[in-house]
Design a protein around this ligand. Structure first.
Ligand SMILES: NC(=O)c1ccc[n+]([C@@H]2O[C@H](COP(=O)([O-])OP(=O)(O)OC[C@H]3O[C@@H](n4cnc5c(N)ncnc54)[C@H](O)[C@@H]3O)[C@@H](O)[C@H]2O)c1
Ligand SMILES: O=C(O)C(=O)C[C@@H](O)[C@H](O)[C@H](O)COP(=O)(O)O
Ligand SMILES: [Zn+2]
Length: 361
């Protein structure tokens, strides 16, 4: 097992990464104030992994007072589903010390995290991520949210977990398409701040996507190390944390514009990062060679490098207008000046954004 720390003073917490961690209830018990918990999972992950997690917790002295299996899918990351979690917490008489443990991908993690942030004004929260995307990104850093039909993650809170337990063995049952989607967020760290990691991924993508245990663990570890550093430096996105949004202004438009159904978040991020690279090149910040390397890595990893044919450029721009990075009525974009160097700017002509979107059809 490898352990990293997200350094947030009194609210610092560990990220444990390794095999056979699902049953290691003591890792969670060590982080909780009282031995009571509710497991929030979904109808796919619950039947696969909730029992093992619960047995490990009980063996470590944690009583699991309830479990709720939410419907599966991004379209259920909604206020309506959130309400069912509050119902379950109340039915099971969860009190202010009862922990909420999210077991699943980013959808479960984001929604359960927001429930934990708001139920009785905040209860202890634990992340047990079971997708590559959640292990490398969603479970770390404390962004929690649900979607609104008009925009991604529009209702949420910053609320940090007490501990993150990433059991690499759970990835064995993850469909290939989901593994690839998670890889898009891994590539993101290389693009925004870690050129050596990007070069490593260019070489190791086949091993990672082929589920080589060593390569996968290294990818999760280096991704979490990057995210932990950014979050520790800027927990609430006053500055550099916005770089973690590379490609997301476009991606969220794709996800919202397609009704949160056809496109996986990671797939939308892959296409969005190419759009951001194309925008950067058109403005003279990024070389043609860097755009080519970005496209090539994503494309040969089986990720989309073009958006949905049916989404008009006007519709992209309409949805992008409510992006959370917008300030003073202007959308702020994360652009690249090299592989491993990103920055945020509002100085992007709309015509250039249109061209970049259209270059990615
Ligand atoms: N909070 C953050 O910082 C952050 C970061 C990135 C993404 N996100 C959010 O995360 C969400 C995407 O997360 P995701 O890609 O994990 O999607 P997801 O949660 O929908 O999970 C993907 C699919 O895999 C299934 N699954 C999960 N674990 C499995 C396993 N071990 N075996 C078999 N099937 C399994 C799920 O049931 C689901 O069908 C989006 O809503 C996105 O906005 C949040
Ligand atoms: O942790 C962050 O900060 C991120 O931006 C990570 C993103 O991968 C993630 O998709 C996040 O939810 C997007 O943030 P949002 O604030 O644009 O909703
Ligand atoms: Zn993301």
């Amino acid at each position: 097992m490898k352990t990293l720390t997200v350094d947030l003073g009194e609210r610092s917490y560990p990220i444990h990464i390794g095999p056979e961690l699902l049953g290691a209830g003591e890792l969670i018990a060590a982080a909780l104030p009282t031995p009571r918990a509710v497991i929030v999972t979904n109808e796919t992950v619950g039947p696969l992994y909730a029992q093992r997690l619960a047995e490990g917790l009980e063996a470590a002295g944690i009583k699991v007072v309830a479990r709720t299996d939410l419907p599966d899918g991004e379209q259920h990351k909604s206020l309506a589903t959130l309400e069912t979690v509050y119902d379950r917490l109340l039915e099971s008489r969860a009190d202010r010390q009862t922990a909420v443990i999210a077991l699943g991908g980013g959808v479960v993690g984001d929604l359960a995290g927001f429930a934990a942030a708001t139920y009785q004004r905040g209860v202890p929260f634990v992340q047990v991520p079971t997708t590559l995307l959640a292990q490398v990104d969603a479970a770390v850093g404390g962004k929690t949210a649900v979607n609104h039909p008009r925009g991604k993650n529009m209702i949420g809170a910053f609320y940090q977990p007490r501990v993150v337990v990433a059991d690499m063995d759970t990835l064995a049952t993850l469909p290939d398409r989901e593994l690839r989607a998670g890889f898009a967020e891994v590539v993101k760290y290389g693009l925004i701040r870690d050129p050596a990691f990007f070069a490593y991924l260019e070489e190791q993508a086949p091993a990672i996507l082929g589920r080589d245990p060593g390569a996968l663990t290294e990818a999760v570890y280096r991704s979490c190390r990057n995210k932990a550093e950014v979050v520790a430096a800027d927990e609430r996105e006053a500055g550099q944390r916005a770089l973690l949004n590379l490609g997301h202004t476009f991606a969220h438009a794709i996800e919202t514009g397609t009704g949160y159904t056809d496109w996986l978040h990671g797939e939308a991020v892959a296409a969005g990062m190419v759009m951001a690279a194309e925008t950067s090149r058109r403005l003279g910040f990024l070389s043609e060679n860097a755009v080519t390397r970005t496209r090539a890595l994503l494309e040969r990893s089986g990720l989309p490098v073009a958006g949905p044919a049916g989404l008009s450029t006007d519709r992209y721009l309409e949805i992008m207008g409510v992006d959370k990075k917008a300030a003073g009525g202007r959308v702020r974009y994360v652009l690249l000046e090299d592989i491993g160097r990103a920055f945020v700017t509002a100085e992007v002509p709309e015509a250039t954004v249109r061209e970049a979107i259209e270059a990615c059809r």
